[in-house]
Ligand binder design. Structure first.
Ligand SMILES: C[S@@+](CC[C@H](N)C(=O)[O-])C[C@H]1O[C@@H](n2cnc3c(N)ncnc32)[C@H](O)[C@@H]1O
Length: 257
């Protein structure tokens, strides 16, 4: 599972250019960024129910922070991303923190040579980068490479998010600077259908934030306590009944084989 694509600059040019720039400079609030990942880690750990998974695969790991947070809770993490800049940061951070059970691979998911099975597959802020025509194949591959009872955890922008609708109107064209041309927001109902079609026995949707992710970009240099207050507001809003919570900006899908 280790074909190296660091030397292939022509691949997925726009994704590479966008994330190269992102990972090259700090474009988001560091406290907001960490709070977002802490929330995803917490949701995922709740699903482990006290057991210790053996192997975790992360697709679209970016600079690998989520994977470092998960490292103490699993035996082995394999994480891949298209961006050489992201993988370089991820490997340096793992070295700096003395984490030895995470390996980072620079490779597009389309070229992943799936080897063996995993107890957990995570796609944090990644599924919405998978082209529509490849989504069913990718989900089927995830299903096929999970152990029985294994988990697929994903977290993605919600096409029905009220703040996203407002953002598109208020920011107009500027809204596009916050995402790559290839990505798209996802509909939780459609993703549920796709996950069931791939074979997953159960899928549950959790709405996770209204403001934290957008604020992490827009308020990149604001103090951390503002991000903490925003995360608190999000927790309250996401805990409200579904007709309100489903207007969130981001949702997680937790699927079990
Ligand atoms: C929104 S970022 C999420 C990064 C990280 N998981 C996080 O939550 O911070 C999406 C990541 O997907 C990666 N990506 C996009 N297309 C990819 C592909 N075809 N194969 C592998 N990674 C890809 C990008 O390089 C980027 O790092």
């Amino acid at each position: 599972m280790s074909t190296n694509k660091e030397s292939d600059p022509s691949y997925k040019t726009s994704e590479l250019a966008f994330f190269g720039e992102q990972y090259g400079g700090q474009q988001y609030n560091p406290v907001g960024f960490r709070l977002r990942l802490t929330r995803d880690v917490k949701l995922l750990l709740e699903e482990f129910g006290g057991t210790r998974p053996r192997r975790l695969l992360s697709v679209g790991c970016g600079q690998g922070e989520f994977e470092l947070m998960m490292a103490p809770h699993v035996d082995e993490v394999v994480a891949l991303d298209l961006s050489p800049e992201a993988i370089e940061i991820a490997r340096a951070n793992a070295r700096k923190r003395g984490v030895s059970n995470v390996s980072y691979i620079c490779q597009p998911f389309e070229e992943l040579e799936w080897e063996g099975r995993f107890d957990v597959i995570v796609c944090v802020a990644f599924l919405h980068h998978v082209p529509v025509e490849q989504m069913n194949g990718f989900l089927a591959q995830c299903y096929g490479h999970l152990e029985k009872g294994g988990l697929l955890y994903s977290s993605d922008p919600n096409i029905n998010g009220v703040l996203r609708k407002i953002g598109r109107v208020v920011l107009g064209r500027n809204y596009d600077q916050y995402h790559t041309p290839d990505e798209r927001e996802l509909d939780s109902g459609e993703l549920c259908d796709d996950l069931h079609s791939a074979g997953f026995a159960s899928v549950s949707i959790r709405y996770t934030d209204f403001f934290l992710i957008p604020a992490s970009y827009v308020l990149a240099r604001w103090p951390g306590f503002v991000m903490q207050a925003i995360a608190l507001v999000d927790r309250v809003l996401c805990g409200l009944p579904v007709p309100i919570a489903s207007q969130a900006s981001t949702f997680a899908a937790i699927s079990r084989k």
